[in-house]
Write a protein that binds this ligand. Structure first.
Ligand code: LER
Ligand code: MN
Length: 286
């Protein structure tokens, strides 16, 4: 290998930019999408993730300005009605229809895919209470979701995007909490169009080792969310991102790392640029 000081510098730059860094739209200041995306670029981010739940609040603005955005759109998270594992067939059908619409929307806006935790407790769709022949509710919900995932994975593949199943922690769901479960579902469906979102915040609560679980996800890993232990922006907390980032490097992950935080530790103009540089530093020092 060419080992000049220049090549060292080039390698260091490549490492710092190892993964494209995204930030969620709703934590960005600014009047409309143009201003918000500009602020994200100024702060040092490479892309913006859209919260699908609030799409109606900014859809017109977004559609009108798609070719004037300072950054690409990494992904869309949630935004479908119902649930694939609802006890109500109507809620499952709604979820399939909305998911297909959102997957096509992802393609149109250049996003890699749609992030889907199958059930969030904050949503009130009918939960399965009778496991029937399956013996337990997890297996019964697996059977339900596995009936529908092939059709959705096919729709995603046809749109050249991905449906990204996301395990979330026990306080937010009682179905699909761990990466190994998501891997089993992906393996049973197989093929293109399906993948996993690994969210470091949820993983600290559900996985004994974030790094080992990421390694086990391997090629199924299609998207990453990061936040601190309190779910503020990465940097001021106690989480420690390097072991997870090392695992991402080792499995050859080449997708986005999106900051999905629910709070900020300070004022946006102060903490978001600090967060982008912190994550780049962590990525660069593996
Ligand atoms: C979604 O990406 C997520 O992480 C959940 O906590 C639901 O917001
Ligand atoms: Mn997430």
């Amino acid at each position: 290998m060419n080992d000049t000081p220049e090549s060292h510098a080039a390698r260091a730059t490549a490492d710092v930019n190892r993964w494209r860094l995204g930030i969620r739209l709703e934590v960005l200041p600014g009047q409309g999408v143009i201003e918000k995306f500009e602020r994200a670029a100024t702060y040092g981010f490479d892309a913006v993730e859209l919260p699908g739940r609030y799409l109606d609040d900014y859809r017109v603005d977004l559609e009108a300005n798609l070719d004037r955005l300072a950054l690409p759109i990494s992904s869309v998270s949630l935004g479908f009605r119902g649930s694939l594992v609802s006890a109500d067939p109507n809620a499952r059908r709604l979820c399939r229809e909305d998911t297909k619409t959102l997957l096509r929307f992802c393609r149109r806006i250049g996003a890699v895919g749609l992030v889907m935790p199958p059930v969030l407790m904050q949503d009130t769709h009918a939960r399965l209470t009778d496991p029937g022949a399956h013996g337990n509710l997890i297996d019964a919900q697996d059977a339900l979701i596995l009936e529908q995932l092939p059709e959705l994975a096919q729709a995603a593949a046809a749109a050249d995007v991905c449906l990204l199943l996301e395990p979330v922690n026990r306080f937010e769901t009682d179905y699909l909490k761990r990466i190994d479960h998501a891997v089993r579902l992906c393996e049973r469906v197989g093929g293109a169009g399906l993948g996993i979102t690994a969210d470091f915040f949820h993983m600290q609560l559900e996985e004994l080792s974030t790094a080992s679980s990421l390694r086990a996800a391997g090629d199924w890993l299609g998207h990453v969310h990061v936040a601190e232990n309190t779910r503020c922006e990465p940097g001021p907390g106690s989480l420690g991102f390097r072991p997870g980032f090392r695992a991402l490097r080792d499995i050859g992950y080449d997708g986005y790392v999106v900051v999905e935080c629910r709070t900020l530790s300070g004022e946006q103009d102060q903490v978001l640029p600090r967060c982008a540089s912190y994550l780049r530093r962590e990525m660069g020092s593996l």
